[in-house]
Design a protein around this ligand. Structure first.
Ligand SMILES: C[S@@+](CC[C@H](N)C(=O)[O-])C[C@H]1O[C@@H](n2cnc3c(N)ncnc32)[C@H](O)[C@@H]1O
Length: 193
């Protein structure tokens, strides 16, 4: 992995992506397999196996988003980094009109609601704006809609994040465990009450 950004500001993320393509080193079979786990999780809990509208938050260069699009009729990937989104558009959305990418801060996104929000490996980026983050999740997710989130479950254990998501708005309905790049991961699916 390239030098990780010093902080989670939009400027730091943009600089990170400008350092070169695929700075998170996502373009591996293990990461595709990781995205397939999320896709299977969504498909298990949606009618006919497809969400109508799915939003991948913090999609970077779209490498996981295009796998996730198998779980939805229409998929939108968003990221704060202009450079990441430009690469995603060239790589994927020119090929598939049901897959679109937009550069925007999740907290500023104004659009129709979604049936599914994918919030994998992205929650720590909203730590300092958590209340606003939960308001945005509520605003963009339909009643009964799904949230997928995922954490490395050993080392920098992040289960506290899942407890922060559960509450008046969301309840947990499913969990899967798998290994990616030799590290155990846990993905959770939650439903809006
Ligand atoms: C660690 S990567 C996670 C990528 C992918 N979701 C995954 O599962 O691996 C975090 C991504 O979130 C993006 N990001 C950070 N803050 C954001 C925000 N406020 N709105 C949209 N994207 C954001 C970053 O630019 C980065 O591409």
């Amino acid at each position: 992995m390239g030098n990780l950004p010093k902080n989670h500001s939009p400027e730091a993320m943009e600089e990170f992506f400008q350092s070169g393509p695929d700075p998170f080193k996502y373009q591996t079979d293990d990461h595709v397999a990781r995205a397939e786990q999320y896709t299977a999780l969504v498909s298990r809990h949606t009618k006919f196996g497809l969400a109508r509208r799915l939003l991948d938050v913090g999609c970077g260069e779209g490498y996981l988003t295009h796998v996730l699009s198998d779980a939805a009729e229409h998929t939108v990937g968003i990221d704060v980094s202009q450079t990441a989104i430009a690469r995603a558009k060239v790589a994927y959305s020119d090929l598939d009109e049901m897959l679109e990418f937009r550069q925007v801060d999740f907290l500023q996104l104004r659009t129709r609601k979604f049936d599914c929000l994918v919030l994998t490996a992205v929650l720590p980026y909203f730590d300092s704006r958590w209340d606003q983050f939960m308001v945005t999740v509520d605003r963009l997710l339909k009643k009964g809609g799904l949230v997928v989130t995922s954490f490395v479950s050993e080392g920098c254990v992040t289960d506290p994040w899942i407890s922060r998501l559960e509450g008046d708005l969301l309840e947990r309905v499913d969990t899967v465990e798998f290994t990616c790049n030799g590290l155990k991961h846990r993905a959770h699916l939650l439903r809006k009450k």
